[in-house]
Design a protein around this ligand. Structure first.
Ligand SMILES: C[S@@+](CC[C@H](N)C(=O)[O-])C[C@H]1O[C@@H](n2cnc3c(N)ncnc32)[C@H](O)[C@@H]1O
Length: 230
């Protein structure tokens, strides 16, 4: 394992790989999906948004285009080098303390399912630490059958075949998921640890951090708006 890799996370394929196993070149190719629409409908116009785990800025860019002021955070300098137009911060989210607050904090990409519960707690504490009074945390969580409906595949609009090949229990309620992203000219793999959370477990995790669900934003329960529990 490369020294900077997070335990249980691996990635293969052309170009730089982040500590959590993501491929920079892959994320530079993947188109944005529903994310900007969901965010735009859930936060005030022109909001100041702290985006945690922004990658190459796949979601950042459409948010900037819609007039949001985005501060984009990632621990991978190679990812951040691709972000255009936003203020960027290179740091592990767990340790982030900017000494300022935002109208909205975005914790997408299923980061709330961190295999290590201490990491999840730290991620959620970072969200709360950066929340302005009345601010919202937008969280993207896994769908209900994501670990049981395996193997499965879909073809992305970019022409990429995305395959979730396996989800194997590795103990303590954590699964090791293996995914493949195949384009005609290149293939990437991503192996990562993820902790399935029922709705109840998810809400407990929020409560632990002093947050509560304000609204499930999508019918599948994947996108959630949370606020301070107060
Ligand atoms: C799956 S990629 C998604 C990137 C972006 N959110 C998107 O949807 O295109 C996850 C990104 O989060 C970053 N990341 C994961 N865990 C992190 C952590 N604890 N601290 C900082 N960055 C993290 C990775 O480096 C990677 O760029």
């Amino acid at each position: 394992m490369a020294p900077n890799m997070r335990a249980g996370h691996r990635g293969t394929g052309p170009g730089a790989i982040t500590p959590d196993g993501c491929a920079v070149e892959l994320y530079a190719r993947l188109p944005v999906r529903e994310e900007p629409d969901v965010v735009a409908a859930a936060v005030p116009q022109g909001a100041r948004i702290l985006e945690l785990g922004c990658g190459v800025g796949r979601v950042t860019r459409p948010l900037l285009e819609r007039g949001f002021a985005v501060t984009a955070v990632d621990e991978s300098p190679e990812m951040l080098a691709r972000v255009r137009g936003a203020r960027t911060i290179c740091a592990p989210i767990e340790e982030l303390d900017l000494g300022e607050t935002f109208d909205a904090v975005l914790l997408a990409s299923f980061l709330v399912h961190a295999g290590d519960a201490e990491v999840r707690r730290a991620l959620l504490r970072t969200c709360v630490r950066h929340l302005a009074p009345g601010g919202r945390v937008l969280i993207q969580r896994e769908g209900a059958d994501w670990h049981t409906n395996v193997p499965r595949e879909r073809v992305d609009p970019s022409g990429c075949t995305v395959r979730i090949v396996s989800a194997e229990p590795v103990g303590d309620g954590v699964n090791s998921v293996h995914a493949e992203y195949a384009f005609p000219d290149a293939t990437w793999t991503h192996t990562f640890l993820t902790r399935p959370l029922t709705k109840e477990q998810f809400e407990e995790a929020l409560a632990e951090a002093g947050l509560r669900v304000d609204e499930y934003l999508t019918e599948d329960g994947v996108w959630v708006r949370a606020v301070r529990a107060e």
